[in-house]
Each structure stands twice: as C-alpha cells, then as structure tokens.
Design a protein around this ligand. Structure first.
Ligand SMILES: Cc1cc2nc3c(=O)[nH]c(=O)nc-3n(C[C@H](O)[C@H](O)[C@H](O)COP(=O)(O)O)c2cc1C
Length: 184
C-alpha cells in the first residue's frame, strides 16, 4: 500500500478547497494500492514559525511543529491542494512548510492541485520554488481548477475534463515513489 497525504493549504472555515481536497483523496484512492488521507492545516495547530534554529539543523521544539513532521514522515508522498492568495500560496501554507525538516519530504513525489480565478497556476509555480531545497520529486500532471468554471455558487462542480486528472497524477506519483524508494 502506498500512502499519500493530501494537504489543504487554506484554513478558512468556509474554504472552497475543503471539498476539493476530499475529491482529490477520493479520486486518489481509486488508484490500485493507494491510500490517501486529507490533512488540513487548521487541525495541526501550528503557531507562527519562531524556532531558535532552522528545521534543517534541528527538529522543531514546538510540539505541534514536531508532531507535524512526524505525521508527514509516515507518508510516501504528498498532494498539495492550494488556493491562490495574492498571486502566491497562502501564508499559512508557507508557515507549515517552514516547520518541515527537509528529510521528511526527500525523494518523495509531490502532486499539485491549484484553484483560483486564474486556475491556481501561480501558487503551484511558487511551490516548485519553495520546495526546491527539499529534494522532492514533482510530477508533471497538475490539476488546475477555476473558480469561474469549476464552482457553481460556491459549490465545487468540476468540469468533465478533470475526471481522470487526479488518478493520472497519482499514478505518476506511485511510479515515482517506487523509482525513488532506494534513495529514501
Ligand atoms: C487574501 C486573499 C488573496 C487572494 N488573492 C487572489 C489572487 O491573487 N488571485 C485569485 O485568483 N484569487 C485570489 N483570491 C481569491 C481566492 O482564490 C478565493 O477566495 C478562494 O476561494 C480562496 O480559497 P479558500 O476558500 O480555500 O480559502 C484571494 C483571496 C484571499 C482571501
């Protein structure tokens, strides 16, 4: 069994991303041998990052930060589902990433799902930069959702062409995970 975490990058109680993350996990779990769990940043209870040293040098002293690292380390890869805030990722998502020790994600596949009025492309591009020091392996199939075309009066109603996108992305993640297993 390959286990992937689906991380939602918004903590707004009325986040339109909540049903998106559930949809991603459900679709991911249709791929044979895959288990996908949603992790919302809100449930982690992370403070603003204020550690004495960077996580690349030592594990976070904050208990929530330490627990976040341990929790993610148990997964074989992650799918990040993020909205676009001010042409980038939400600060809460960047803050959660700041807490991570690089080894937690090293040689693991990362899939990306973005949503905004402009298909969430910009936060995904920024995530590729932000995670560039983590030795992650991004897969190329991405899921780009439009607040105009894939939502109806706030409800998530993905267009038909998105139907197989998550399974395609997750199949690529499984292959990458297997290929990189000897490096982890
Ligand atoms: C602080 C903030 C900044 C935003 N900036 C952008 C933006 O740059 N581009 C965009 O298309 N939408 C932007 N939006 C709209 C969000 O994409 C939209 O509100 C979306 O529902 C937010 O995701 P969430 O509901 O999961 O928090 C912004 C929203 C917020 C709250």
């Amino acid at each position: 069994m390959v286990r992937f975490a689906v991380i939602l990058g918004s903590v707004r109680p009325a986040s339109v991303g909540a049903p998106v993350a559930q949809w991603v996990a459900r679709k991911a779990s249709t791929v044979e041998g895959v288990q996908a769990d949603v992790i919302t940043l809100a449930e982690l209870g992370l403070p603003f990052f204020a550690e004495p040293v960077p996580p690349s040098l030592a594990a976070p002293t904050d208990p929530a930060g330490a627990a976040w690292n341990e929790r993610l380390a148990a997964y074989d890869g992650v799918v990040i589902v993020t909205p676009e805030y001010d042409h980038s990722v939400p600060g809460v998502l960047k803050n959660a990433i700041d807490f991570l020790r690089p080894g937690v994600l090293a040689y693991k596949p990362v899939g990306l799902v973005g949503y905004s009025y402009y298909n969430g492309i910009r936060p995904l591009e920024h995530l590729r930069d932000i995670l560039s020091g983590f030795d992650v392996s991004f897969v190329n199939p991405e899921v780009l959702l439009s607040l105009r075309a894939d939502f109806t009066e706030g409800a998530f109603t993905p267009a038909a062409y998105h139907e197989d996108e998550v399974p395609a992305m997750v199949r690529a993640m499984v292959a990458r995970s297997q290929a990189l297993a000897s490096l982890r």
